[in-house]
Design a protein around this ligand. Structure first.
Ligand SMILES: Nc1ncnc2c1ncn2[C@@H]1O[C@H](COP(=O)(O)OP(=O)(O)OP(=O)(O)O)[C@@H](O)[C@H]1O
Length: 263
């Protein structure tokens, strides 16, 4: 594995939004390397540029300066090569389409054959534990199930990188715990590279191989913590171990150093 090129590499990424109230410096000198198969969480205060950076990786925003390479090419080229699945904060399922119909949508846009679409929809439904729910409509499913369907949609075309913007932020803690546990298993099974935005320290520590701590505007990376916790599925009880608490403490200190949270 030595010397394998990073799957995502940001060097000196800056992004300034021009707004009616003047320029907003959202990202400043962001440098980051993500290796294939990593689970990277981005944590920081509201407005520090987490979403903006995720959107840059997905080529939904363009940095004002700096370089951002994904699989060795530009983010834009990587997007065209279908490198990303994107999961938004709200499930964003179309209410007039069934769950299967929602998951099929990107496959229709990408011109997959009818047989291939049907096969992939069944595959990803199974992957997120929603087998048999394809014919239901979004409103017939719980919030957690809708979010799982939205993850299935992002997985349907087998992109190498899964970008998730606070996917479980709106869910209650019990559902969130369960989905966190399932997401880790899914990540382990599929070997995807995951970029995950969150406000929750325990969520970031539980899920990640790397935790990226960001400071308030202009958003900069202040710490990248490589987790000593085992790669792969982790029991929820791992949160009670001294190793877990030590990483959580380091994240907390990083956020305080950036005057990020007034806890
Ligand atoms: N399209 C845009 N035009 C102008 N300003 C923007 C735009 N998108 C984001 N911003 C600004 O850039 C900054 C970073 O926003 P961003 O949404 O990336 O932060 P965030 O860390 O994801 O916040 P949150 O945790 O609240 O979702 C904010 O000040 C925001 O107001």
């Amino acid at each position: 594995m030595m010397g394998a090129a990073p799957i995502i590499e940001a060097q000196g990424v800056d992004l300034v939004f021009q707004t009616a109230d003047g320029p907003v410096h959202a990202l400043k000198d962001v440098n980051l390397k993500v290796n294939k198969g990593d689970f990277v969480s981005f944590i920081g205060p509201s407005g520090c540029g987490k979403t903006t950076f995720l959107r840059c990786i997905a080529a939904l925003e363009t940095p004002t300066s700096g370089s951002l390479k994904v699989r060795g090419v530009s983010a834009e080229e990587a997007r065209k090569a279908r490198s990303y699945g994107y999961v938004f904060q709200a499930a964003g399922l179309f209410p007039w389409r069934t769950i299967a119909g929602n998951i099929r949508l990107p496959l229709e846009i990408m011109d997959f054959t009818r047989a291939d679409r049907a096969r992939r929809v069944e595959e990803v439904l199974k992957l997120v534990d929603l087998e048999g729910f394809g014919k239901k409509y979004p409103w017939q499913l719980s919030g957690g199930m809708q979010q799982r369907a939205s993850i299935a949609r992002a997985l349907s075309f087998d992109a190498e990188i899964l970008l998730m913007d606070e996917p479980f932020g709106a869910l209650d803690e019990i559902v969130r715990d369960k989905l966190n546990e399932e997401l880790l298993k899914l990540w382990h099974r599929t070997q995807k590279t995951i970029g995950f935005v969150t406000h929750s320290i325990p969520e970031a520590v539980y899920l990640s191989t790397h935790i990226v701590v960001m400071s308030p505007r202009p958003g900069r990376i202040t710490d990248v913590i490589e987790s000593p916790l085992p790669r792969g599925p982790r029991p929820l009880e791992i949160r009670d171990t001294p190793e877990f608490m030590a990483i959580a403490q380091r994240v907390r200190e990083g956020l305080h150093a950036g005057h990020a949270y007034e806890v």
